[in-house]
Ligand binder design. Structure first.
Ligand code: KDG
Length: 339
């Protein structure tokens, strides 16, 4: 299991915005309960976002919709939680896009290495026509999921227990855990490491027992999941940006009266916006907290980082046709990539 808890106690979170908009009324007195499972701990930006969603939905439905949050993969890992939505045993979850690629291949586009340089680019793609089209596509596939919005896992950084890593050759043979994503697997193989796909829920134990030497996640997760207890070094690689996607069970969605459907959709967008703000605000706080906890962090120079970027380039061609050329081209254009 994940070391579920509160080493994020020292983080200062931006306060939750007030709930905007009045009560949403529907006929009758029906009661709904949303079980909302997430992978990250209570001290994460993700939990904050979901807590805001709860506040909006409970308040505006006058308590007719109740939201129960299950953090730290209590309801299973991202894939298990997603299939629980499909079978109707849970109502909402917010996975990383990466483990969903096998089911929704277009999501592979976000896993491309060094795709976004900054959060502005990420917002432009996710909140613009491309991101909206992907949400609609996933819903239209009728896989039992309704895609309600985007939030942020964030820019990922490398940690390991072996030694300082500042060039691709330092990765040679490094046993690294990767998300259950074919793109992530390809990236780390291409870089010369020895990657193993594994769910997040198993990661802490795997690092602790030395099944793997390394992992990669945003600073906030490295702190709040206590990976610094089982890792000695980190490298600020910022090699990929992982979005979170907010999903609802299609069965549940269809039982909701229209005004409530609209409410959960609006609240999902508001959650995503707040979650991203919090995530960005605590990213640097988490990094310095990790240094205080004794993690040795290597900051790469631009040319050192470029060496990783260059070596990972073949991954773009490897996944171009899987992603689908029109989407691939659109994203390359929106991010000013030369492909
Ligand atoms: O709920 C999200 C987490 O379960 C997971 O996606 C975190 O980035 C993550 C990882 O490394 O698996």
């Amino acid at each position: 299991a994940v070391a579920a808890t509160n080493s994020g106690d020292s983080l200062h979170f931006l306060p939750m915005p007030k709930v905007s908009g009045g009560p949403v009324k529907v006929e009758g007195n029906q009661q709904f309960t949303i079980k909302f499972g997430i992978g990250l701990a209570e001290s994460s930006a993700q939990y904050r976002g979901v807590a805001y969603f709860k506040k909006i939905v409970e308040q505006r439905s006058n308590g007719h919709i109740k939201v129960n949050i299950f953090p730290s993969a209590q309801l299973g890992d991202d894939l298990q939680m997603t299939s629980a939505l499909q079978s109707g045993t849970a109502e909402m979850t917010q996975p990383s896009t990466s483990p969903l690629i096998k089911m929704e291949p277009e999501l592979a586009v976000f896993d491309l290495p060094f795709l976004f340089d900054n959060t502005k680019q990420a917002d432009k793609v996710l909140d613009g026509p491309i991101g909206q089209k992907i949400l609609k596509q996933i819903t239209d596939h009728r896989n039992g999921l309704v895609a309600l919005g985007w939030a942020e896992n964030g820019f990922r950084q490398l940690t390991d227990s072996k030694g300082v890593i500042n060039s691709p050759k330092d990765l040679h043979g490094l046993k690294i855990r990767v998300m259950q994503s074919p793109v992530q697997l390809d990236i780390w193989r291409t870089l010369g490491a020895n990657p193993t796909p594994m769910s997040f829920a198993e990661l802490f134990t795997a690092l602790d027992q030395g099944t793997v030497d390394a992992q990669e996640n945003p600073w906030v997760t490295i702190l709040t999941s206590k990976f610094y207890e089982v890792q000695s070094n980190a490298t600020a690689t910022k090699h990929v940006y992982t979005p979170f996607i907010t999903l609802m069970s299609e069965r549940f969605w269809q039982r909701l009266p229209k005004p409530y459907q609209k409410l959960v959709r609006t609240a999902s967008v508001q959650m995503g916006n707040y979650e991203r703000k919090v995530s960005r605000d605590i990213d640097a706080q988490a990094k310095s907290e990790l240094e205080k906890k004794g993690l040795k962090i290597t900051n790469l120079t631009a040319s050192q980082r470029d060496a990783f970027k260059k070596k990972a380039q073949p991954v773009y061609q490897d996944f171009k046709s899987k992603i689908g050329e029109p989407l691939f081209d659109e994203v390359m254009k929106a991010t000013n990539h030369p492909h």
